[in-house]
Design a protein around this ligand. Structure first.
Ligand code: WTA
Length: 658
């Protein structure tokens, strides 16, 4: 949507960011990752990855590091076999760490539960036995729609243990979003909960599952964790987790799977309305998730308390709550609820009470806390923190500095990590013991990763220029395809420049070669770190009987990064109270019902026309100018250049939304 050139202008000031924060000598001296990682990877990239893979426990050793002969379909660690759950749980128990706490769970109402590695092994074994008892075999798909509770982690690991790829669907998505994902993956089982605690009240999950399952013939059973205990409807396919899983044996022998056995599918928004099922496999994924977690967070499993605030419904929860951290024998906090319950200092309270040392969160959260004021974090002792991470969207230098000063006490390396659902694991990030960081920059490719910033012709650009971010070498955790649609995989990522993976992001290299991410260059919005496609929201709007046509843009938003702004043309006969607030509210709720509350437009404008070229293509760039209150750019290619005046006039009159 926005061109790289337009973004250039706003970025020129960042090029002059000259503050630099090298790691303290003490941090550097004890860091897991030293500068020699870069040289090792440079000298022998595949040998370097083979060495990282050997930190896992393989049942059968691999015979070849990478087979790229069928590019872009990679095979990593060919011939190797391993079990992911064994690597994340059993091997730590066997090594004598059964009593170490893996998960320090804290529910929103304040309930707490410590899950040791021995507990986790017992529960994952029980759940794996339950899956097998329900007829789930290696290769069968399981949908998981759960709150942030330990059973969500157990469910994922149990699937991994029996080789059944999971498809975790964020519990904030609607019944329809869940249904379409179940259908696309042809899932046999749903694992869910009765509800979750959000902002001091019970939010029911089961009704959405009931609605989705009623329309999903592939689903044979539904396993329901009792979390909130409120009354829920019960059907023939439903089984309580505590009854059914609880009665299983705590013994389960894991079977090793091929390195390329599918581990999970995770749906993410692309530029069309249909979400893509991103497919990840076993050996390469676990290798890179584990390696990056250890080096970038500098994890010391005996002393650190790690907390990643993401939800397991997103890839960050997969790679940096479940697989990477547990393979590294982490002790981590999992928190069920929202940051403002019971008060707006809940996170700082959690950090203080649990002695959190490593924190991983998103810029949206940081900007929200900035707005809430310094007094809240300052009223807690946050001195246990020793490293702070950020992910999901570009972090502006102000938020970066605030994070460093107010949360980190000017004493913690800030790690801005760039990656995607598709990349599976971090790709661009500082190494905390090596890199002198600049506020707002993700700095450079991690050892073993190849990136470039290229122009339209695919030519790599030098320092001081902006263009498109591409990945130049296959990497272990790369997606292996889009579920059921390999052509779309090739078209989406490998067609613009067949020799590169195109990430869809703009980026700029500053004079020192540090990288600055500029956001998406396609029709994907990034709202609070969540990817939502403009087309998806447009389709949802058009599915409302009163809407004839819709165009959606992401407008920059101080807190959420981008906010969704929709321009809507009504069908004939629906124009009377078009700007009435309750009508606008109805449309917003309709989008929430179709996709989920995260996709609710911030603002909906009823317009008489949309700006289109003579060939009928909507010029979203112009709508974005309107949505961001800029003077409208070049409109000479419009079929009817007066349209923009009508739209801008309508904007002045429309009621704005919350
Ligand atoms: C954006 C999240 C700037 C980017 C792990 C990417 C970022 C998309 C950063 C992937 C960052 C992620 N700086 N932008 N540190 N991290 N992004 O699939 O646009 O939910 O393409 O994966 O988020 O989002 P996804």
């Amino acid at each position: 949507m926005t061109s790289v050139n337009e973004k250039d202008a706003t970025l020129s000031n960042l090029l002059h960011e000259d503050r630099k924060f090298p790691p303290s000598p003490e941090f550097a001296a004890q860091a897991n990752g030293k500068a020699d990682l870069y040289t090792q990877a440079q000298d022998d990239r595949l040998g370097f990855w083979a060495q990282q893979a050997k930190n896992l426990d393989w049942e059968t050793d691999f015979t070849e590091v990478l087979d790229w002969s069928n590019a872009p379909f990679a095979q990593w660690f060919v011939g190797g076999t391993l079990n992911v759950a064994y690597n994340c749980v059993d091997r730590h128990v066997e090594a004598g760490y059964g009593d170490q706490v893996a998960i320090r769970f804290e529910g929103e109402p304040g309930d707490q539960r410590n899950v040791t590695y021995q507990d986790l092994m017992n529960e994952v074994s029980q759940a794996a036995n339950a899956l097998e008892a329900l007829g789930i075999k290696a290769g069968d798909r399981v949908a998981i729609y759960m709150p942030m509770i330990p059973e969500a982690v157990v469910a994922m690991l149990a699937c991994a243990r029996v080789g059944a790829p999971h498809s975790v669907v964020f519990a904030g998505f609607s019944a329809e979003a869940l249904r379409s994902r179940i259908e696309d993956a042809d899932a046999k089982l749903v694992i869910t909960a009765d509800g979750q605690n959000r902002r001091g009240s019970v939010m029911s999950l089961k009704p959405a599952v009931d609605e989705a399952v009623a329309a999903s013939p592939s689903i044979e059973n539904v396993l329901v964790v009792k979390r909130t205990g409120h009354e829920v409807a019960w059907g023939d396919k439903d089984m309580w987790w505590h009854d059914f899983v609880g009665q299983q044996s705590t013994e389960h022998t894991p079977v090793a799977f091929d390195s390329e056995h599918p581990l999970f599918i995770l749906y993410t928004s692309g530029t069309t309305g249909k979400p893509k099922g991103i497919l990840h496999t076993t050996g390469g994924y676990l290798t890179q998730a584990t390696y990056t977690h250890k080096m970038v967070f500098d994890l010391k499993p005996d002393t650190d308390v790690y907390w990643c605030t993401a939800d397991i419904g997103w890839v960050t929860g997969h790679s940096y709550i479940v697989y990477g951290p547990l393979a590294n024998r982490v002790t981590q906090v999992i928190y069920e609820g929202t940051p403002d319950s019971p008060a707006k200092d809940r996170w700082w309270d959690i950090i203080e009470r649990h002695g959190v040392t490593l924190l991983y969160t998103a810029p949206t959260a940081i900007r929200t806390f900035m707005k809430w004021g310094d007094e809240l974090p300052q009223s807690h002792d946050l001195s246990s923190l020793r490293l702070l991470g950020s992910v999901g969207e570009p972090i502006n230098p102000e938020a970066w500095m605030w994070y460093r000063d107010v949360i980190g006490g000017n004493n913690c390396p800030i790690i801005d990590t760039w990656w995607q659902t598709e990349t599976g694991a971090m790709m661009i990030s500082p190494l905390p013991g090596v890199t002198a960081t600049k506020p707002g920059s993700a700095m450079g490719a991690l050892p073993g990763i190849g990136i470039a910033v290229v122009n339209d012709a695919g030519e790599p650009l030098g320092n001081g220029s902006g263009g498109f971010l591409v990945l130049t070498e296959p990497w272990p955790a790369m997606l292996r395809g889009i579920w059921g649609d390999n052509q779309r995989f090739v078209d989406t990522y490998w067609s613009r420049w067949p020799q590169y993976y195109f990430a869809g992001d703009g980026a700029k290299l500053d004079e020192d070669g540090a990288i600055w991410l500029l956001g998406r260059v396609d029709d994907v919005m990034n709202v609070s770190g969540h990817r939502i496609s403009t087309t998806e929201v447009e389709s949802a709007l058009v599915s409302h009987p009163s809407v004839a046509e819709a165009a959606v843009v992401g407008a920059s938003d101080e807190t959420t990064g981008q906010g969704i702004v929709a321009f809507v043309i009504l069908r004939g006969g629906h124009s009377e109270d078009a700007s009435a607030e309750d009508y606008i509210q109805e449309l917003r709720n309709h989008v929430a019902k179709e996709i989920g509350p995260i996709a609710k437009p911030r603002q909906i404008l009823i317009v008489p026309e949309l700006p289109k070229t003579r060939s009928g293509k909507i010029l979203r760039r112009l709508l974005q100018d309107v949505a961001e209150n800029r003077s409208v750019g070049d409109s000479t290619t419009l079929a009817d250049p007066t349209v923009m005046n009508l739209i801008s006039a309508g904007l002045a009159a429309a009621p704005s939304d919350d």
